[in-house]
Design a protein around this ligand. Sequence first.
Ligand code: GAP
Length: 438
Amino acid sequence: MAVSMEEVARLCKARGFVYPSAEIYGGFRSTYDYGPLGVLMLRNVKEAWWRSMVQLRQEVVGLDAAILSSPRIWEASGHLANFTDPLVDCRRCKQRWRWDQLPGAEDGHPSCPNCGASDFTEARPFNLMFKTFVGPVEDEGSVAYLRPETAQGHFVNFANVLQTEHLRPPFGIAQMGKSFRNEITPGNFVFRTREFEQMELEYFVPPDEADRWLEYWCNERLEWYVRLGIPREMLRLRAHTPEELSHYSSGTFDVEFAFPWGWGELEGIANRTDYDLKAHAKASGQVLEFSDPATGERYVPYVIEPAAGATRTMMAFIIAAYSSDEVGGEPRTVLRLHPRLAPYQVAVLPLSKKDVLVPVAKEVLQLLQPVAMCDYDDTRSIGRRYRRQDEIGTPLCVTVDFATLQDRAVTIRDRDTTEQVRVPIDELVEAVSARLSW
Ligand code: GAP
């Protein structure tokens, strides 16, 4: 049976993945904090993305642009004018909603989720960018915006990157980090929040190759989710309708995931054409084009953009990995996370807290720490400790028992099969590395 969002949120809080933010003050409007396990897993999600997008490619380089930057960027990019959602007020209860997300909106019969009325004000555009002031004076001249996408940093640094990297299309600039949107209706746990993390590649291609690269990136990105453990049947590619397209896109496909409430977007893969480079060239007066030193050919590349959400994707990986079964007649919850994504890859568990086991358990921990993120737990019964590690998705437990003192061997327990094998400490690093099979 599919897991509910309530259960995912419960597990995330109970086990230290994600906490409601400012909970001691009653929470703060759909914002969340990432706890000890959440930071590990989110890093792993981003690391897996970086590895596949940058590390394993020769033609992609990284970037980390400022979150707060010139408002001229957002004026030129069209976000000031166009990055809006349709806002309506319910005339009966005065609540505000995003028009296209009201129940029944798709059939033309929307109703208020709060009071059920169908009497709304005319929809008006609401800009999603957070506005702030830079410096000590709060006037029009000091207005700045928190970036609503990591993209744009890639475009405004296009000439800088080309100058230092000697790249020629097709090539990419990758960036991950925080983005901010003043969403009208955040919700579904970390699916839609006002502060979130994105992982975005801007891939610059010759204009006549754009269609081919759009198809290439749709396939690549779909495969990435599958390789990291999401069953293929929980994913689909969906083309945007012309009405859905962003102001910069000539064609977009969403990678969608089967969330407990239905299909939802994990990533958008768009053909941004030469929209952004041309817009910034015009607004800044700078030349933003590729010039081929061999042929003298000059042109403005098209951009294919796979844009994924890191926080949203982390939740999808947890949902896809969530399962329940029975071990020895006892029910258990197990997160069958890919070892690359699991917060801990190994837990070192001395069978008892007795002093005689501690030195050898610590020795085992120190052996494994350089090759894997390790947890160390010597509290409670071994059964309860196994159950905790299953629930947080740790692929391997290494148990140190009293026999270890005689035979210098430990037990490796596999999360998915619960099978146990005895391995000499001298061969442990090799045995663990082979099982995690990066
Ligand atoms: N640069 C293009 C862009 O930002 P997007 O489809 O608006 O495209 C890309 O965003 C991804 O960022 C989405 O597929 C989603 O995973 C994530 N995302 C967008 N808004 C979000 C929000 N409010 N909360 C969490 N994740 C969000």
